[in-house]
Design a protein around this ligand. Structure first.
Ligand SMILES: [Zn+2]
Length: 798
């Protein structure tokens, strides 16, 4: 999903998962480089210490055969499924858990009953929130199960909110299968009104709906080596984690609908016209998107409805879920995208209504193709035959295997003369490209790299937002990206209310910045600053390859990134993922030094100058300037040896000591006393808490610059203060930390030595008296009422 601002916030109390700092019994030293091992699960035969799947890795398989009808008039879904559950685990199971996600819309759901309104709600409530409350309270939502059987016999089951447990008569042993059938129906929610991840969107103009049907059938919950049954309730934020399997789905819809779906269409001759099939064939090898249903055809199609139905038959292999879209409003365009390694052609396809033009026809399918190009390079080749972008019934975006729903649209305005003007905002343009990259990107993470979204939002949102930022940079120069630039994480990282990235999805404070922005920034910093592109890209790709079609947990990512790069990154993951520290490193001093030669002829003069500087004082200066007469001027006999000589005259004792010292030195040591280069000591203070590499722009007096990069390990012995020495032949004029805005340093003002003045523009404003003039309002009201009275008299029936 793409974060679009949370309308309904769920408060579950603060559950701050602080990594426990090691308690020192002496002093307050904090070891920022302490290894993470004590926080990570112990490696075993399923998951290794290298971050790779172990030799005994297993996962369950669940295959579905589903028949579903979309009842357009009633806006309901009626379905029946046959499920084959394959127990590949080494464990014997006495029950199975299923997810009933539609139940979260019920007024009895944990999601609804624990909805926290916020302190201002009793004074101010948005129309959309009030509509949500009214619909939840007074309409029927959730799955209605009409049959649960296995081999024709009833099955015992228990529903616990959004979860359902099927109790097995006979325990399911390792390697065995259990088959069962469920029939159900439910009312389809209006996507935007219910804050759903799918549903319908009604169109006033033609009375048609667009349907995007998701999380629509009872789905097997994941059973894993690390967590057992993943049966946390669906509270709306933490998405889901499911098992891979094969799907055979027959979708019955009104005969004039166009359907896009997970999987490959099995019966094109039954549901597509000869023209449409021909155009699809052309699109496979076309350079640019080809219309399968043109704009004109879609406009014609939406004019009339029908009572006839058609059944679209899809099959999908090795997917973790299944979704589909259906409407008679759809324009359909398609483009074949050649995969880099296998040479396979993937069909990038878009479905959208007339109301989405001109924006979707220009950008949607191109955005899909661009995502397939870029993501495949950073991770693995897109493994499925199709990738859909549907202009669906929700505002933001949402992903399912092979199919995504995306929101942004153009602005349609009617002029006074009835002429229609269509424009789109910059935000809608880039919002659309970005959301499609994001949602298609989710088909890689977490639809193929099957991480546990219900617990770890960052593993799909963060990794995906990172790759999104890479794909955006490959779209055009200076793409207005929302994720990935280091500075984008700063407002959240300095805010008082936040949780570490390593927080269960539903307990996160600030879901967007926590699960999307901060991890995306963290990965960009790893790539650009900490690891370098080559090491990072290799390790990231290794993680993707190791875990595609498998289920990784956070430790598998952390371990793989180290294992494949040869970099100790524990300090980085500890700081960025387990704490709420931020980056604020200050340059607190710059000392220019030369070697003390020990030679009194040289050093005494240096001390003399130092002393003169220290003795300077205002009273003495003024007395001198005034030519104050002094006693010794009048009585010169009072002057003696001490008036002739300062404390820094060179004595024989000093010379002897110097000669003695030289005698005690070896030649190489004597050589160093003559070391002619400049020494610079730069002092740093760590204010924000996160230890980070030091990236410095060093400016010399001759106008030249040098980029200096110091690894974070400089903070090993003292996480609060560090001094870096530079030995150079040239004199340094200034030092600037983080000159390219790459380490998310929150306070720029303390990054420069010597400090520089702030530059600002002072805006002048007029003072305005804003007092309500009740007397004037009253007179205006009277006038208006009198005028109305006159009108009423005028309009008396003749
Ligand atoms: Zn997302």
């Amino acid at each position: 999903m793409r974060f679009m601002g949370i309308v309904l916030s769920l408060s579950l109390g603060l559950q701050v998962a602080h990594a426990e700092a090691v308690k020192q019994t002496k002093g307050d030293f904090e070891d920022k480089f302490r290894q993470l091992e004590e926080h990570l699960p112990t490696p075993n035969v399923y998951r290794t210490g290298s971050g790779a799947p172990g030799h005994a890795y297993w996962q369950q398989e669940v295959d579905y055969k589903v028949k579903v009808a979309l009842n357009e008039k009633e806006r309901t879904i009626t379905g029946s499924e046959h499920v084959v559950y394959q127990n590949n685990s080494p464990d014997t199971l006495s029950y199975l858990w299923l997810q009933l996600d539609q139940n979260r819309f019920s007024k009895h759901s944990d999601a609804y009953t624990t909805m926290e309104m916020g302190r201002e709600a009793s004074k101010k409530l948005s129309y959309s929130t009030m509509r949500f409350l009214a619909r939840t309270e007074f309409e029927d939502w959730g799955f209605q199960l009409t049959k649960v059987k296995s081999g024709g016999k009833d099955v015992r089951y228990t529903i616990n909110d959004t979860m359902m447990r099927i109790d097995l008569d006979k325990p399911l042993k390792p390697g065995e299968k259990f088959e069962f059938d469920i029939d159900w129906w439910f009312n389809i929610p209006e996507g935007k009104a219910m804050g759903a991840r799918g549903g319908y969107e009604p169109y006033k103009r033609d009375g048609n709906d667009i349907f995007f049907i998701a999380q629509w059938f009872p789905r097997l919950a994941a059973y894993t080596d690390l967590a057992g049954w993943e049966h946390k309730q669906f509270l709306g934020t933490g998405e889901f984690t499911l098992e891979f399997g094969d799907y055979d789905v027959e979708i019955t819809v009104p005969a004039d609908h166009i359907v896009g779906s997970t999987g490959v269409l099995q019966n094109p001759k039954d549901v597509l016209t000869a023209d449409q099939r021909k155009r699809l064939e052309e699109a496979k090898t076309a350079e640019r998107p080809v219309f399968i249903v043109t704009h004109e055809e879609a406009l014609e199609n939406e004019k009339e409805g029908t009572d006839q139905t058609k059944t679209w038959h899809f099959k999908a292999e090795n997917v973790r879920d299944f979704a589909f879209a259906s409407s008679r409003k759809f324009v359909w365009d398609a483009l074949g995208v050649k995969m880099p390694d296998s040479g396979r052609t993937v069909m990038a396809m878009s479905l959208y209504p007339d109301e989405a033009m001109p924006l979707w026809d220009k950008y949607s399918t191109h955005s899909i193709a661009h995502t397939l190009d870029t993501y495949s390079r950073y991770s693995f080749e897109y493994p499925y035959p199709v990738a859909w972008s549907v202009n669906g019934p929700i505002g933001g975006g949402m992903e399912y295997p092979m199919i995504t729903s995306n929101g942004p649209r153009p602005v349609i305005e009617k002029k006074d003369n009835g002429e229609e003007v269509r424009t789109y905002t910059k935000r809608a343009k880039y919002g659309l490209i970005s959301v499609i990259i994001h949602e298609i990107g989710h088909i890689y993470f977490p639809m193929v790299v099957n991480s546990d979204e219900r617990n770890w939002a960052w593993m799909d949102e963060g990794l995906n937002s990172f790759l999104q930022s890479q794909a955006e940079r490959e779209w055009e120069v200076e793409y207005p990206s929302r994720y990935g630039r280091a500075k984008e994480a700063i407002p959240y990282m300095v805010s008082p209310d936040q949780t570490p990235i390593m927080t269960q999805s539903d307990s996160i404070i600030g879901y967007g910045p926590n699960a999307y922005t901060k991890p995306a920034v963290a990965l960009n910093i790893l790539r650009e600053t900490v690891m370098g592109r080559e090491l990072f890209d290799f390790a990231f790709k290794e993680y993707a390859q190791r875990w595609k079609f498998k289920r990784p947990y956070p430790a598998d990512f952390f371990r793989t990134m180290e294992d494949a790069s040869g970099k100790d990154l524990d300090w980085f993951f500890r700081g960025w993922f387990y704490t709420t520290d931020h980056v604020d490193i200050a340059v607190t001093g710059l000392t220019h030094a030369q070697i003390n030669t020990g030679d009194p002829e040289v050093e005494n003069q240096f001390k003399r100058e130092e002393d003169l500087e220290a003795q300077r004082y205002i009273a003495e200066m003024r007395n001198k300037a005034d030519g104050m007469p002094r006693r010794v001027d009048r009585f010169p006999e009072l002057l003696d040896f001490y008036n002739e000589n300062d404390d820094f005259i060179v004595t024989k004792a000093q010379k002897d000591a110097y000669a003695g010292m030289l005698k005690g030195l070896e030649d190489w040591q004597k050589e160093l006393l003559k070391f002619g280069h400049e020494l610079y000591f730069i002092d740093f203070e760590n204010i924000g808490g996160l230890v980070m590499p030091l990236v410095l722009d060093v400016e010399f007096e001759d106008g030249s610059h040098e980029e200096v990069r110091v690894a974070a390990e400089i903070w090993r012995s003292d996480a609060k203060h560090a001094t870096k020495v530079l030995v150079r032949d040239k004199k340094i004029k200034s030092v600037t930390l983080d000159p390219y805005n790459e380490i998310a340093d929150a306070e720029k003002a303390n990054n420069v030595w010597p400090p520089k003045p702030h530059v600002s523009r002072v805006e002048l404003y007029k003072r305005r008296a804003e007092q309500r003039n009740l007397m004037k309002e009253y007179l205006e009201t009277q006038e208006a009422e009198e005028a109305k009275g006159d009108e009423a008299e005028d309009s008396e029936p003749q």
